[in-house]
Design a protein around this ligand. Structure first.
Ligand SMILES: Cc1ncc(COP(=O)(O)O)c(C=O)c1O
Length: 477
């Protein structure tokens, strides 16, 4: 292979290289296995030193999303459960039947929270809501899309499958399209940053296997018109996946707390699958999510089996073979230790913090919030370079996500922003950042030039190439 990078501009990646590899001097990289194993004490010291360099930023609430709970006692408790079950592997349910207990209960509790008890078919019945535990939101989405592809091939003879998804649907659906050879029909949003229902209807054709809605979507935290989409899916006899990766463990509690939350789950009869992340607002450790289906017949299209392999009769419900049983145990422990009361309390606190942050944004001249979000939100500026504002927030230790089309910043408030004064500090830092950018509109450096460059390149294949080079930077020593 002699392909040269298309952009070849390594300077562009210098700030990213510095961001990803700040430890080269302090902790010289290992480029091959040490001839003799290093003493465990020294290794623990190094890992501990890295932890302490990184912890305060997220712990003190400067990160959007990322760590959704983060209280010391909660983390210690989950770590303890993980350690107890660290050798368990779901692939060997004969040795660790506890894994089957944890996972079936995680699925049942999540399904119940998302309306399973309010459908015609009881949990555990052939038509009831069922599912699997996966490694994260992306895997849940990939599994569901593979499931629809195989279901549509079997039941409808569709050999060139297509999905209809609003622009705001998560990138994982694009990954699914690429991995599984499913054509994507991306539809525009309405003025409120929700799926434009008439565009969705128009995009459906005979090859459509499913439509996608989000509750809430990642960029703006808004909820698509799911009731109408549910009707549409029923009318056309196609799948309807609601991506609740971000909102699945948040909206049920916001609704119980009296917020105006439209129906978003299996109470809508057209919803045939959902993804819901335990490792976000479910407050489990990173590495688990739940994918749910209406009826076991659909879930079976997700399963993999092989009958003639010399290694034995083999089956696997999700993408991985061996899986970390400790993570499922810790996920189960998070759910049963929080309980409904814990989730309600946590959600109330986050709603309060989000209100301070959102009102703060609205009170700053030159900024405006996009759509009508519930918790997660995004804001933009019609006057100032929003990416420069992001850089100024980064200089004040904040880690926010830059959005594009339109250029905006995204914030997922978590329990880390509910600590004393954290949400208020966000507003103060944002005021300072906006004032700085207003006074210094031509300041250089940071991420703003990279976002600016990416936005200005009409040939998107060059941007793809830049992103690939960025991953190469990640793997540099
Ligand atoms: C709405 C939504 N869907 C899917 C995902 C993907 O989840 P993960 O990063 O766990 O793969 C995210 C992640 O933020 C999300 O917000």
């Amino acid at each position: 292979m002699t392909d040269q990078p298309m952009t070849g501009n390594l300077d562009l990646f210098e700030p990213l290289d510095q961001m990803m590899h700040p430890y080269r001097d302090q902790f010289p990289p290992e480029s091959k296995l040490p001839a003799k194993g290093r003493p465990r004490e020294a290794i623990l010291e190094e890992v501990e030193a890295l932890r302490s360099l990184e912890q305060s930023r997220w712990e003190e609430g400067f990160a959007s999303g990322s760590v959704y709970h983060g209280d010391y006692e909660h983390i210690e408790f989950l770590n303890k459960v993980y350690a107890i079950q660290s050798q368990a592997n779901q692939l060997h349910a004969d040795i660790w039947p506890s894994a089957a207990k944890f996972e079936s209960e995680i699925v049942a509790m999540t399904a119940h929270m998302l309306g399973a008890g309010q459908t015609d078919a009881p949990l555990g019945s052939e038509q009831g809501i069922c599912g699997s535990v996966s490694s994260g939101g992306s895997e849940s989405i990939l599994l569901a899309m593979k499931t629809y592809r195989d279901w549509a091939r079997d039941k409808k003879g569709i050999s060139e499958p297509e999905l209809v998804l609003p622009e705001s649907a998560h990138a994982a659906f694009h990954k699914a399209g690429e991995y599984f050879n499913i054509k994507l029909n991306v539809t525009p949003l309405d003025d409120a940053f929700r799926a434009d229902i008439s565009a969705v209807e128009k995009a459906i054709n005979d090859n459509t296997i499913a439509i996608i809605g989000s509750a809430v979507n990642f960029p703006y935290g808004t909820i698509d018109p799911l009731e109408e989409m549910s009707q549409l899916a029923l009318k056309r006899g196609i799948g309807f996946h609601v991506d609740g990766c971000l909102g699945g463990f948040f909206l049920p509690w916001a609704e119980k707390l009296g917020r105006d939350v439209p129906k978003f789950d299996f109470r809508l009869p057209g919803v045939t699958s959902m993804s819901c992340d335990t490792h976000k607002y479910g407050y489990a450790a990173k590495g688990t999510s739940v994918v749910l289906y209406r009826g076991m017949a659909l879930r079976r299209y997700q399963y993999f089996t092989t009958s003639d392999w010399p290694g034995g009769l083999y089956y696997s419900p999700t993408f991985s073979g061996s899986r970390p049983g400790g993570l499922s145990a810790a996920c189960w422990a998070a759910l049963v230790s929080m309980g409904e009361e814990g989730y309600l309390t946590a959600t109330q606190k986050i709603l309060d913090a989000a209100a301070i942050m959102q009102q703060g944004v609205e009170g700053i001249e030159g900024l405006r919030i996009l759509g009508q979000p519930i918790g997660v939100f995004a804001f933009t500026s019609d006057e100032l370079d929003i990416y420069q504002i992001m850089d100024q927030m980064s200089a004040r230790r904040w880690a926010l996500t830059g959005l594009q089309r339109p250029a905006a910043l995204h914030v997922s408030p978590t329990l880390r922003q509910t600590g004393p004064g954290v949400a208020e500090r966000f507003v103060e830092d944002l005021k300072e950042s906006v004032a700085f950018v207003r006074a210094n509109p031509n300041a250089e450096g940071g991420m703003a030039p990279i976002y600016g460059l990416a936005a200005s390149i009409p040939d998107r294949s060059i941007v793809h190439e830049m992103l690939k080079q960025l991953m190469d930077v990640y793997y540099r020593l």
